[in-house]
Design a binder for this molecule. Structure first.
Ligand SMILES: *[C@@H]1O[C@H](CO)[C@@H](O)[C@H](O)[C@H]1NC(C)=O
Ligand SMILES: *[C@@H]1O[C@H](CO)[C@@H](O)[C@H](O)[C@H]1NC(C)=O
Ligand SMILES: *[C@@H]1O[C@H](CO)[C@@H](O)[C@H](O)[C@H]1NC(C)=O
Ligand SMILES: *[C@@H]1O[C@H](CO)[C@@H](O)[C@H](O)[C@H]1NC(C)=O
Ligand SMILES: *[C@@H]1O[C@H](CO)[C@@H](O)[C@H](O)[C@H]1NC(C)=O
Ligand SMILES: *[C@@H]1O[C@H](CO)[C@@H](O)[C@H](O)[C@H]1NC(C)=O
Ligand SMILES: *[C@@H]1O[C@H](CO)[C@@H](O)[C@H](O)[C@H]1NC(C)=O
Ligand SMILES: [Cu+2]
Length: 579
């Protein structure tokens, strides 16, 4: 009897606390000009910037998508959300779902059992560069920092381009770019704060604010400094940290910082907030000398008073050293390591003289069958065989509950922000920035820090290494990739097939809307990477070479009903130059 009553009681508590939030989102083209230059962006319900998802921990989120773009597919990834038991809702195209075809509806449905600052973004063809991205803020009625702030403020920073992403990707991937510029990345036109410029944040004297700072850029690492206001960092990538005061933060793309800001005691003046894109990531030969890499916003105490010019500041090396942050829960290093993985990343030119990114010599290419569907349809005696996921999915099978240690070596001389889906990893070791031509060998016997920093996106320095640990306790398909969108498109992705047997036992239900878009695009939902359901090790027909000219979000143009293909959309300039 007692057990029964307790159950009813708990159920009551749970339903009182946990809500279901339903978002109905039509994805469409929206005319915008955040920096004064008119173009179209990918927006939601006729509006851009895209709305914030605001939830309490434990809430269920349902997002009903209708793709009204007409000429591009779409998908949405909820960055940093673990999707425990709901891997089919993670979002990356050809990894956990098919692209959502133009005209198709699609439902995401999952519970958020985490707290802090996250974001969502398209996960197909570099589409978030064109605007489909927004904050996710998960409020926590039991936050250890309650009482230290009165108001929460969202502060996004991003790079911004005047040319639409598919054309930029085409150019980035073209042999021409490789020949002339050595494959350099497109350089942004502007920096945006909350997808705008000259944003004013109203501030009350003596007020306390929790700023959720999110870098939603395609490429740029961004420094953020509030003039004459200290930032007390209390969270990184959704992980509460021991509070630490800093004067400046640096966010690689996809990283987040939650900071408490104490307002001045009076309204005598207003203060500038400066954001500055790290120019060292841009190839000087394609960076215009007049590029403004900064954007300014203001803490407005008194709207009648002037808005000061942003003071110049020095980039602080300490802003790059996020290893100083320790998780609030003081979690010690995971161990002993049962499943080491060595990854060496770099760039190479393929036979077609395209600039391709590689992990252990393999460039990622989306496969015919989404990897999750391969894992769900494979016979039990094949599901743990990495071969069935196709060579170019770069698949690593992780045993259930393995303590995985990734040792990542970066042979490139630029820094890369690496993101793991479905987890927050511990950063066990990372090399400091070094001179351009240095190539460091990762150490083999590292003594982990007592309380390693934990986050979901970490910067590996040029020529350096990073050593990460996590527990493979979340069965599903989890991508591990650089978060620079140009590099994602060039193949800098590995696929972790995490606990595939336990994944099959979960009995995930693939909703009808997920299957329908696959059918519409002619994408098979069973079989190995090549769609073979008879001989699972026969990969004949699997995708092993990237298309030479066809980049950007997969589309199903009205003219080719039911045919799955990439869009052709080379810019006329590239075509002319090549011919
Ligand atoms: C798709 O349509 C939009 C809106 O008309 C247009 O701006 C965009 O360039 C098109 N994209 C491609 C890749 O053709
Ligand atoms: C939610 O997260 C907490 C803390 O990480 C964990 O203890 C709990 O088991 C999770 N609950 C569910 C339903 O996943
Ligand atoms: C910025 O936009 C203009 C078009 O307004 C374009 O011609 C130029 O190349 C762009 N610059 C960069 C650095 O992307
Ligand atoms: C802010 O707090 C200080 C110290 O408590 C007090 O002297 C001051 O009057 C307060 N300012 C305002 C505008 O309330
Ligand atoms: C951007 O801001 C940084 C930091 O204050 C400064 O050093 C740099 O000169 C600024 N760039 C431009 C183009 O004003
Ligand atoms: C990558 O290729 C190079 C040259 O072909 C070879 O020396 C190296 O061993 C390969 N590395 C891996 C991890 O396969
Ligand atoms: C399955 O395919 C593999 C690879 O092509 C081949 O070696 C093997 O003989 C095939 N097995 C059968 C039963 O046909
Ligand atoms: Cu990268």
């Amino acid at each position: 009897m007692f057990g029964f009553k307790l159950f009813l009681l708990l159920q009551g508590v749970v339903s009182a606390l946990c809500a279901t939030l339903t978002y109905n989102w039509d994805i469409d083209w929206v005319p915008v000009s955040p920096d004064g230059f008119p173009r179209v962006a990918v927006g939601i319900n006729g509006k851009w910037p895209c709305p914030q998802i605001d939830v309490n921990v434990g809430d269920r989120v349902i997002v009903n998508i209708v793709n009204n773009l007409g000429n591009e597919t779409t998908t949405i990834h909820f960055h940093g959300i673990f999707q425990t038991g709901s891997n089919q809702m993670d979002g990356p195209a050809q990894a956990t779902q098919c692209p959502i075809a133009p005209g198709s509806s699609f439902q995401y449905d999952f519970v958020i059992n985490q707290t802090g600052t996250y974001w969502y973004h398209a996960h197909v063809g570099g589409q978030y560069i064109d605007g489909l991205r927004g904050p996710i803020i998960v409020h926590d009625p039991r936050s250890p920092f309650l009482g230290l702030y009165e108001e929460e403020v969202t502060f996004t920073v991003t790079d911004w381009y005047h040319t639409q992403a598919p054309y930029l990707i085409d150019f980035f991937e073209s042999p021409l770019n490789n020949e002339i510029h050595g494959g350099s990345e497109p350089v942004p036109n502007a920096t945006l704060i909350n997808e705008a410029q000259n944003v004013k944040f109203p501030i009350k004297p003596n007020g306390t604010y929790l700023f959720h700072i999110i870098n939603m850029a395609a490429f740029a690492g961004i420094y953020v400094q509030f003039d004459q206001h200290e930032l007390t960092v209390v969270g990184i990538d959704g992980v509460y940290t021991t509070p630490r005061k800093v004067s400046q933060v640096f966010l690689a793309t996809a990283q987040r910082y939650s900071v408490i800001v104490q307002a001045k005691p009076n309204a005598n003046q207003n203060f500038a907030i400066t954001t500055s894109m790290d120019l060292s990531m841009f190839d000087p030969s394609v960076t215009p000398p007049n590029l403004n890499n900064n954007a300014t916003a203001w803490l407005v105490y008194d709207s009648a008073k002037p808005l000061p010019v942003a003071p110049s500041f020095q980039y602080l090396d300490s802003a790059l050293n996020d290893k100083v942050f320790t998780p609030y829960d003081q979690e010690g290093p995971l161990g002993p390591v049962t499943h080491p993985i060595s990854l060496t990343m770099g760039f190479t030119s393929n036979e077609a003289n395209q600039n391709r990114a590689i992990f252990n010599n393999v460039t990622y290419i989306p496969q015919k069958v989404p990897s999750l569907y391969t894992a769900l349809s494979a016979p039990a005696d094949q599901v743990s065989n990495p071969v069935i996921y196709g060579v170019n999915s770069n698949a690593f099978v992780l045993p259930y509950n393995a303590i995985v240690e990734i040792t990542l070596s970066n042979t490139d001389n630029g820094p890369h922000p690496f993101h793991l889906h479905s987890h927050q990893f511990q950063v066990i070791a990372r090399s400091d920035p070094t001179a351009d031509d240095t190539l460091l060998t990762p150490p083999t016997n590292v003594v982990p820090p007592a309380t390693p920093m934990r986050r979901d996106t970490v910067l590996v320095n040029g020529g350096g290494y990073v050593i990460l640990r996590f527990k493979a306790d979340n069965p599903g398909v989890a991508l591990f990739h650089c978060h620079i969108e140009w590099h994602v498109e060039a193949g800098l992705t590995a696929t972790f097939i995490e606990a595939p047997e336990q994944l099959q036992a979960l009995g995930l239900v693939i909703p009808q809307s997920h299957k329908a878009t696959c059918a519409k695009l002619g994408i098979p939902i069973t079989g190995n990477a090549a769609g073979n359901t008879k001989n699972w090790t026969d990969l004949t027909g699997a995708f092993t070479t990237p298309p030479l000219n066809d980049w950007g979000a997969l589309v199903n143009p009205p003219s080719s009903k039911g045919k799955y293909r990439y869009a052709r959309r080379r810019s006329s300039r590239v075509i002319r130059d090549l011919e």
